[in-house]
Structures are given as C-alpha cells and as structure tokens.
Design a protein around this ligand. Structure first.
Ligand code: ZN
Length: 539
C-alpha cells in the first residue's frame, strides 16, 4: 500500500528522480536486522545529502558510499557487489527536520549507519555477540560524530532514545547499552576537542550558556543534584543510575550487572534454582547444596550414592549395601565378605560352609544396615520357629538372592514403588515354596514352610522270563494332585521322593511289554525298598 502511494507521488511530482529496485541480501538497519530486502530506491534528496556531507566533513573522510532514498524503515547500511550503500527513508528524515529538538536524531541515525561503513563492518556477521559489538561500535561512532558537530550529550542520545525498542533483539543491544556507547564516543571526542581548546557545543534549543545551566555531567537527562550516579548515564526510574541487564537493580548494587537477576540474590540469577545464585554457584546449571558450593554432591564411583554416605566411595556399589559392591553376588558386600570372589553363606562371612552350623554365627547382614526400616522376610516352620539358611530368591522382585540369618530373617530394601512379585524359598527338609506377594518392598513378610515329610523310595524292574533288568521303563505314581514320573536306568533301577506310609497306584510302561499297574504301600521298613516288578513281553 505504502509503496503505491509513494509511486503515485513520484509520478506526479518527481519525474526527474530515477527509480529502481535493489536486492539487499543482508545489512544493518538502525534498530533491526536486514535480510533479503528488495526496496525501491531513489536519488538522495539535498537535505539528506547535506547531513551526510556534514558528517563526512567533520571526521575528514571522502564519501565512498552511495546515499539513496528508499522505502525502508528508517535507515540502513548495506553492501552489494563491493559497493557500500546507505539507504534512508525520506519521510523519516523530514519528521526530524521539522522539529529542532529532534534534529540530532536524524544526524545520529545517519552517523550510526556511516559508522558501519567506516569500521568496515561485515553485514553477514552471524555470531549474535559479535553482531551486537558491531552495533555498539556504530553507536560509539555516532556519539563521536555528534560531539564533533557540536551536539550535547543529551542530543547525541536522541536517536537511540526515540527510535530504539526498549528490549534487546537478536542483533541489537538494549538501548541502555547503546546510549552508553554513544556517550562514550561523545566523551572521547569531547576530551580531544577540549585538549585542543574547543569547548563549546551548539544547542539548537537555544540555550547558549548565557542563562543558568543545570549541570548533568553524565548527560542522562537527570541533573547531577538528583542523579544517584551523576557521572554515569542511567535510567530515570533508577535515579539516573545505569542498569545494564535491565533487572531493576542498578549496576553499582548489582553483583551480576550483565545478567538479569533477582533482588534476593543482589541482582544475580539462580539458573538451576538450587537457592545458590550463579555468582556463588560452582555448578550454576546443576542443582546442589551450599556445603558442596552449589554442585551435586561428590560421587567418585558414580554409583548414585554420594561419597559422604557411601560406605565404599571409590567402588561402584548398590544402595542396599550402602554403596558397596557384592562381587560374588552372595548377599554379603565385599568389605564384609571374607571370600569376596566366591559365592558363600551370609552366616559365614560370605564363605562356603555347612549351614547346619549357622546358629553359632552372629548375623552379619543385620550389622550392615541397622538404620533400615527393618524390612525382612521371616521364614518359619509350621510351628512359627525361624528357619535359618533358607535360600531366598527375589529375582522376580528386584534381583536379590541370599539366605535367611540365624533368626530366620532375610533383609530387603524398602522400595519407593512396592511391586507385586513372586518370592521363591528353598530349604532342604521343607517343600519348595513360590509365594505371590502383594506390595513387596513396603512391609515385613512372614512365610511358613511346610515340612517335607517325603522319603526316597526305590525299586527295580526285570524281564519276567530272562530275569534281566529292563531300562527306560516309564514309572508313574498317581498322587492326589498329579503324577510323579521317572524311568529306570540300565540296572532297571528307579526312585521316588514320596510320603511314606501311604498306598498309591504305580504304573510301569515299556514298548514291547504288557503295561503293569501295582497297588503299592510305601513302607519305611526294608530300607524304603519297593518290591521288584517283573514285566511280561507282548506276544
Ligand atoms: Zn546498525
């Protein structure tokens, strides 16, 4: 739309002006980045040419760049095919020329753009930090030029103050930083000129020194008497003191003047939110405690258990062994295991031994972790008497295996999230048990084992005619809850583990022989021997 109006205006009033489009891959506008612009450009008008001429004359350079009017936002500097350009917006310039008080803003903007050229800036700079430095260089140059042209500090700052967004952008620093650069450039040239005996500055607002001058040494618009920081330009809201990071805490009070922070941390941030501000935090991006200077607690062996609570701080271990390893996996952590590389008995300090002697040995496992919640499996017999040395298998729960201590207890860890799982218990003399537990890891569990009253019975199978032993005869016992099966060896021998003093049906099968079913009373007399069975061949 704007373009159309502009064209119309040009057609009826400025037919002498040449008009063409110009493709700008990258450049620098006064307050924004420029990428792939394609504006219409026109010959520069005399007013703009005059300002640029004054600037070049003040610093003694030849105008090596082309000045063009264009439909751009305010002004920009760019380079194309080795030719440097400054494009400016005519309306923008006229706006400032209309008002004597803002006249210097036009000078400031054009000086900034010229500053990019005289400093040979690379408009393709991709590094944001470097890019911002380039902007500050151009601003500093602008301050320098405006002092040369006789502007006051305040006047030198009008361009940034009036045109720049309050916030920082990806390419341009915040206005506070930019005006500081302008003032620094202004001060440099001021010292130089004063040393040469030039003291005066022009003042388009008409105050030429005859009336009372209110001193404002830092030129931030706040008179020295009311300025908390009279020598440094600053913010009106902060009594004239600067606040580079814009966190509302003035730089002189700000322990981190260039990082936005919080009042409680004296202007510093606490990035990891661990209550230790970044400037005092040795690990600002990792949560930690004050005692560790803000870093996570030291954990030399990396097992997740901090050194200070790790019983084996230099060997990676398990929580249930307070950070110690159990190399042989026998449930006795290495420091307590007299045989650390050989699976052993917890009751015998991790060494292999006869479990029947276990009652005489003090329980090691109990000493290991007295502070735990005393979570354990208690294994007893049917009369409630503890069974020591019972094999506990928690593979299904969390992978632990071991044996009960002399009190029949097997300690386990409290689980953050209790689980439903199976625990298997095996002990000679008792029937193996696999018990489904609900919410394992939360509370103590008591399990009673049923005494195994079974005994070994054995017998032989022979050929009825030859009296030779028959091998591979399938022998089955019909139990009330299933079938017990075995087969004979080359001696015709077979055996069963079965309750004594009970009568069962026992069947004998072999291809080529007639099946036999024998009612058998399993008597403990006669050494648990079952009467010989003779099979008859099929005809
Ligand atoms: Zn710029």
């Amino acid at each position: 739309m704007r373009l159309n109006i502009l064209l119309l205006f040009l057609l009826c009033c400025s037919s002498v002006q040449a008009q063409k489009r110009m493709l700008i891959p990258s450049g620098c506008a006064f307050d924004t980045d420029v990428k792939n612009l394609n504006p219409y450009t026109f010959d520069a008008d005399p007013q703009a040419q005059q300002i640029v001429g004054e600037i070049c004359a003040a610093i003694g350079i030849q105008q090596k760049f082309q000045l063009q009017s264009a439909d751009v936002k305010n002004a920009l500097a760019c380079e194309r095919d080795g030719q440097r350009f400054i494009l400016y917006n005519t309306d923008f310039l006229k706006e400032f020329q209309a008002d004597a008080r803002s006249k210097w803003a036009a000078y400031g903007v054009l000086a900034h753009e010229i500053g990019h050229h005289v400093n040979f800036h690379n408009f393709n700079e991709e590094n944001p930090a470097r890019r911002k430095e380039l902007e500050l260089e151009a601003d500093r140059f602008s301050g320098f030029v405006l002092r040369s042209l006789g502007a006051t500090k305040d006047e030198a700052k009008t361009a940034v103050s009036n045109l720049v967004n309050k916030t920082e952008t990806a390419t341009h620093p915040p206005p506070t930083a930019r005006n500081l650069a302008v003032v620094n450039g202004w001060n440099d040239q001021d010292v130089r000129l004063r040393n040469m005996g030039v003291t005066g500055v022009n003042n388009p607002s008409g105050n030429n020194g005859n009336t009372t001058i209110v001193r404002d040494s830092d030129g931030d618009g706040i008179p020295d008497g009311q300025d908390g920081c009279p020598d440094v330009p600053g913010e009106t809201l902060l009594k004239g003191c600067p606040d580079a990071d814009g966190d509302g805490i003035t730089d002189d009070e700000d322990a981190c003047p260039y990082k936005k922070g919080e009042t409680r941390w004296k202007g510093c941030p606490d990035t990891d939110d661990d209550g230790i501000p970044d400037n005092k935090d040795k690990c600002p991006y990792l949560r930690g405690e004050l005692i560790d200077e803000g870093c996570p607690p030291a954990d030399n062996d990396n097992d997740g258990i901090p050194n200070k609570t790790d019983r084996c701080p230099d060997k990676s271990g398990k929580v249930r062994y307070r950070g110690c390893p159990d190399t042989d996996g026998d449930g006795v952590p290495d420091p307590d295991d007299k045989c650390p590389n050989e699976k052993g008995d917890p009751n015998f300090e991790g060494c292999q031994t006869d479990i029947k002697q276990s009652t005489a040995i003090p329980d090691k496992k109990e000493n290991i972790n007295p502070s735990a919640k005393d979570l354990h499996l208690l294994i007893t017999d049917e009369n409630g008497l503890p069974i020591s040395g019972a094999n506990i298998d928690l593979s299904d729960c969390y992978g632990d295996k071991g044996k009960t201590n002399r009190d029949g207890k097997f300690y386990f860890d409290e689980l953050l999230r209790p689980i439903d799982c199976n625990v298997s218990i095996h002990q000679i003399g008792y029937i193996d048990a696999t018990i489904a537990l609900r919410d394992f890891g939360k509370q103590k569990v008591k399990i009673s084992l049923v005494k195994d009253t079974r005994e070994d019975f054995h017998g032989y199978v022979f050929d009825e005619y030859t009296k030779a032993p028959i091998q591979k005869v399938i022998v089955q016992v019909q139990l009330p809850d299933g079938i017990l099966e075995t087969s004979t060896d080359s001696a015709g021998f077979y055996s069963f583990n079965i309750d004594p003093s009970v009568t069962y049906l026992v069947s004998y099968y072999k291809n080529g022989y007639v099946d036999a079913v024998v009612r058998t009373f399993f008597s403990s007399k006669d050494n648990n021997r079952i009467a010989n069975v003779n099979l008859e061949k099929n005809h």
